[in-house]
Design a protein around this ligand. Sequence first.
Ligand code: CTP
Length: 393
Amino acid sequence: MLKDRSILLGITGSVAAYKAIELIKGLRQEGASIKVIMTEASKRFITPLSIELASGNSVYNDMFDSPLSHVSLSADADLFVVAPATANIIGKYANGIADDLLSTALLAFKGTIIMAPAMNWRMYENPVFQKNLQYLVSLGIKTVGPERGSLACGEEGIGRMADIEKIMEAVRTAFSKQDLAGENILVTAGPTREYIDPIRYISNRSSGKMGYAIAKIAKRRGADVTLISGPVSIKPPEGIEVINIETAGEMHAAVMDNVSMSSIFIMAAAVADFMPSETKGSKIDKKERLSLNLVKTVDILEEAGRFKNKPFIVGFAAETGQRLDRARRKLVDKDIDMIVFNDVSKAGSGFDVDTNEVVIIDRKVDRRLPLMYKDDVAMVLFDRIKELKDNGR
Ligand code: CTP
């Protein structure tokens, strides 16, 4: 995604400066080329040699090494990232101060800027700093974090630099088309749990990875995203609303609360098809002979498909074996717009993996995709949804 992109990275004097190495490596791994400007203070926290080795380029630091470097570095870059960004650099930039190479290059830059603030919570909450930060935000500067947690000074509070993955995602977003801006996308993900007693439940092997990838890509392409999630062990993407549920009944209620506000509804969750007819209030003694009476859960997708003013609806059909006909029948029976078929018995296409091999079935055509990363499946899925929506559905 970042292939042939040229990123200028500013590193300032925060304890988090050492994390810049991981950021540089991650960005390069995705194909970007990185040039780095270090402030004097940042060199107290990490050596320019380490940064040079990670970036594969010499580090820029002195304004007078090459008198026009502040202009040429800025002119050559597609994106400017400052991570970590101290209160000092944010204050300087907000007030037009240009007294070293980084602050000068920032003023000379005309493209998108991402800043990842890092500082003590007292500095972060200081109204002078907040005024500077809000001013930059109002100008369209993107910020990531900071996060709450234990700080370098030993205190707890807000001020930790955002996780590197979050900064990476902000970079991907900056380079991504915003063609889903204005869409309100509701996504469900993960398994549900149907309780037998307070301790035991029936569930399935869904990891939630496909649904989370869909939510992340939708957000990256500019949509407002609400994710209704069953219990999973992955972190939700930044900047989306997450509703955590456990049972099919709770998922049903959450979908019904939100679906009418959505323009696209994607049901990627593996909802349990059956639940115990009753949930015991206390733990069932194992001395008892247990036989379970199961009843069907509400078919959420089918119910949404019956709505009058319904959004564009996408279902998933996880099958064992190439049962495309079954998937196609679900599309018609549930009266939805698209169904994503995948054969979970195929290698690389099952549960808890980062890849999937799917067929996207809509009212017009079947599109068989090769084995792909789930992020890429989500990309193609939205391309097709966009295409269909732009053409009247
Ligand atoms: N689904 C749903 N509510 C349920 C069960 C499933 O909304 N109670 C949705 C799933 O999220 C998925 C789609 O229906 O998007 C297809 O799920 P699947 O279990 O494959 O199909 P079913 O319609 O339940 O049919 P069957 O179990 O017979 O294959």
